[in-house]
Design a protein around this ligand. Structure first.
Ligand SMILES: [Zn+2]
Length: 384
């Protein structure tokens, strides 16, 4: 490091495991022994690191090892879904200490949903007062820097709502809000792939279709936060389906769980939920398999374009539909390998989500933890 490492940067070294003794910190940073001692003392005093008595013996007195203190505070997280919201209190490693799911229609609006979420946090906290940050994932496009929900068509009653001040009036800590699929993409990347690769495309197929892009190890948000909204990219020969956004043949309108249900009903099949469709797939119903596979091919068209543009190492398919439907995944594979460039697919993997239903909670927790423990936040030098 060319200039003197700050306290926040020393914390980063301990958290990442790059340097876990005072001597190692000195070696990595070039700081003098008194300077290292001063920064470590500050982190100990703030409860962000602890000393481990036991260290590997090197003959003489073992060096005292420093460890990040995940118990040094909690973050409040909520992953808002269309019908169900997951709410949790997590430690500073992202582990949920207390968690509950609340059945509520997000369309009830922020005046109903946000107070309910905050009341639930209050209960889960059970008197704790060491909250250091709040993270929310919402099923809408979010202007990230402002925490403003933008999507008028999906969460109409939330359009233009700036969420952070509402939360901060009760929990006066940093509040971060992001699109739910971005949050899951971050969680999936960190937990399942971070040590391995930096470029990942996460596609959520459920009642709707959305995507989150990890590029160079971080989430790609674009200028305002709308990157990765692949649901409204049109497919070829979609049959002229009018999408709820007003355009024709968006992939969301021809390949989502909602579209699969509609196509089956058009064939006179008696299906009311995705669970019904899953049952038909499990039973090997030929007509259902054909419709689902066709949806997979259409999704594959859009994913192939994204692969050509982004060259991810892995495409992860998540959400109810992708987890349940083998034929959907087969359709995606067929088209992606056919349509993407050779270099982009040379080592491309297409896999199912490894995180499962807790992905939103983990992603929200990591988003806010990275923010509140960043060197700029620890050193108090973040520019607003
Ligand atoms: Zn559309």
């Amino acid at each position: 490091m060319s200039r003197l490492a700050t306290t926040g940067e020393v914390l980063q070294l301990v958290r990442s495991g790059e340097a876990v003794t005072r001597a190692e910190i000195g070696r990595v940073t070039g700081l003098s022994r008194p300077a290292v001692a001063h920064r470590v003392a500050e982190l100990l005093q703030r409860g962000l690191i602890v000393e481990d008595a036991e260290g590997p013996s090197t003959g003489g007195r073992p060096p005292v090892r420093l460890r990040f203190n995940a118990a040094g505070g909690v973050v409040l997280v909520a992953s808002l879904g269309a019908k169900r919201t997951q709410i949790a209190v997590c430690d500073l490693s992202g582990e949920a200490l207390a968690r509950t799911d609340v059945e509520i229609d997000v369309e009830e609006g922020p005046d109903v949903v946000l107070p309910l979420v905050m009341d639930t946090w209050e209960k889960l906290l059970d008197g704790r007062d060491d909250v250091v940050g709040v993270g929310l994932g919402v099923p809408a496009t979010v202007e990230f820097a402002a925490g403003r929900t933008e999507s008028a068509r999906v969460m109409a009653s939330w359009t233009g709502v700036v969420i952070p001040p509402v939360i901060a009036s009760r929990f006066p800590v940093p509040v971060l809000v992001d699109n739910d699929v971005n949050v899951i993409a971050m969680g999936e990347h960190r937990v399942a792939y971070a040590s391995e690769l930096g470029d990942l495309l996460f596609v959520k197929v459920s009642t709707r279709i959305g995507a989150g892009v990890i590029s160079g190890g971080g989430i790609l948000r674009g200028a305002l936060g709308a990157a990765g909204e692949i649901g409204h990219i049109p497919v070829r020969d979609g049959g002229g389906v009018l999408c709820r956004c007003g355009n024709i043949d968006c992939v969301d309108s021809v390949a989502s769980g909602t579209a699969i249900l509609r196509d089956l009903r058009d064939k006179g099949r008696d299906v009311t939920s995705l669970a019904d469709v899953t049952a038909l797939v499990r039973a090997g119903d030929a007509e259902t398999m054909a419709i689902v596979r066709q949806a997979g091919r259409r999704l594959g068209e859009v994913i192939a374009t994204a692969v050509n543009l982004l060259n991810p190492a892995v495409v992860v398919l998540g959400g109810d539909v992708a987890e349940m439907f083998q034929p959907l995944v087969s359709g995606v594979r067929e088209i992606v390998y056919q349509r993407s460039t050779q270099l982009a697919t040379r080592s491309l993997r297409i896999e199912r989500s490894r995180l499962g239903p807790g992905a939103g909670i983990t992603g929200c927790a990591l988003m806010v933890i990275d923010h509140v423990l960043s060197p700029e936040a620890i050193d108090g030098t973040r520019t607003p």
